[in-house]
Design a protein. Structure first.
Length: 349
């Protein structure tokens, strides 16, 4: 069959021309859940669900049990639907071979769906996963559902608010993404809330600032921006807010690291005479174009040497967080002091 994307899967569901086997994975959790649910609803008659629908957490079931149910004939229905979430591909080679053998001859009345929610699935880094993906692709459809581009998210938000009788401009949709992140489920919840508040009117930037929930990355971006500008009080106020919100220090530092890495990449691109957008051609910024725009604006404040020293400080803090018993809050606060001093060209050695 084929390795397909969201558009082709939509066409299958619309036409009713389903594959006998599906492997569904990718970065976008909402889309995976959404299409797994659509496949089920379009193939399982609720009246006979107890007989024709078999759902498993792959970590708690043997392959033999899965394949046994997949061999069953449906009762009072044309389809026997078997859904398996997070089956560990790193099990024995014997089980992998058994799965591949089954996929060579899937019963015509069965639809077997393997999908990955919390368990990573990366065929590029794992030979067993690559072999299983090839088997599903040959037998049915492998569906990769990754993050949507910023343009696609903007269109989704503008249209979603329009359906709710509210007006959201493309620019404000981009701003909402920069505030709340690019997770589709989060953005849809925000669009629902903001549309209700606007009550038939326009969703302005002011309304977004007032009501939209800021993701960790957006809060850390504000933190990094304050550090770059030498705004000590604001930087520590944001850091205190993150502590109050009980954000994990390792996650906060990782987000800080991402901000500085983004700036370093864009700075190097500009020195090479390349636009910031070119960075997106070499690294995965799909759906996060705003990150490059922010980095392009902020990297002017720092030299390449300052950015390198800042990244060294962040790496040292990361090692300390993971290997010492020192209070994690103290490590982050000391890191902020060092980054603030670097931004002002002050030596702390």
């Amino acid at each position: 069959m084929a390795k397909i994307g969201e558009r082709e899967l939509k066409e299958q569901i619309k036409s009713g021309d389903f594959s006998r086997a599906y492997l569904i994975y990718g970065e976008e959790d909402y889309l995976k859940e959404h299409y797994v649910d659509l496949l089920k609803r379009n193939n399982v008659n609720e009246a006979f669900e107890d007989f024709n629908f078999h759902s498993y957490n792959g970590k708690d079931v043997s392959l033999n049990e899965i394949l046994s149910d997949a061999e069953m004939l449906p009762m009072m229905s044309s389809c026997n639907f078997v859904l398996v979430c997070d089956y560990p591909i790193d099990k024995s080679q014997k089980e992998i071979d058994e799965l591949k053998a089954f996929l060579e001859d899937v019963p015509e009345t069965t639809i077997l769906v393997f999908w990955y929610s919390s368990l990573p699935f990366d065929p590029k880094k794992n030979a067993k996963m690559k072999a299983v993906e090839a088997a599903f692709t040959k037998a049915g459809s492998t569906v990769v559902l990754d993050k949507r581009s910023e343009g696609e998210l903007v269109k989704m938000l503008v249209n979603g608010c329009k359906r709710r009788n509210a007006v959201l401009s493309a620019d404000n949709a981009r701003y909402l993404i920069s505030v709340s992140g690019n997770d589709i489920k989060t953005l849809m919840n925000e669009a629902e809330k903001l549309s209700a508040y606007a009550s038939g009117g326009e969703i302005t930037k002011s309304i977004i600032n007032q009501l939209a929930v800021k993701c960790l990355q957006a809060r850390v971006y504000d933190l990094s921006k304050a550090v770059i500008k030498g705004e000590y009080d604001k930087a520590y106020s944001i850091l205190d807010t993150l502590f109050i919100m009980k954000e994990e220090p390792v996650n906060v530092l990782a987000a800080i690291s991402n901000c500085y890495v983004d700036m370093y990449r864009v700075k190097c691109a500009k020195i090479a005479g390349l636009p910031a957008e070119d960075v997106g051609n070499y690294y995965n910024y799909k759906g996060r174009d705003f990150v490059l725009r922010n980095a392009a604006r902020d990297c002017f404040e720092l030299s390449v040497a300052q950015l390198r020293r800042s990244l060294d400080v962040i790496m040292e803090a990361d090692n300390n967080l993971k290997s010492t018993a020192t209070d994690k809050k103290l490590i982050l606060e000391e890191t902020m002091v060092k980054l603030l001093l670097i931004s002002k060209e002050v030596s702390y050695d």
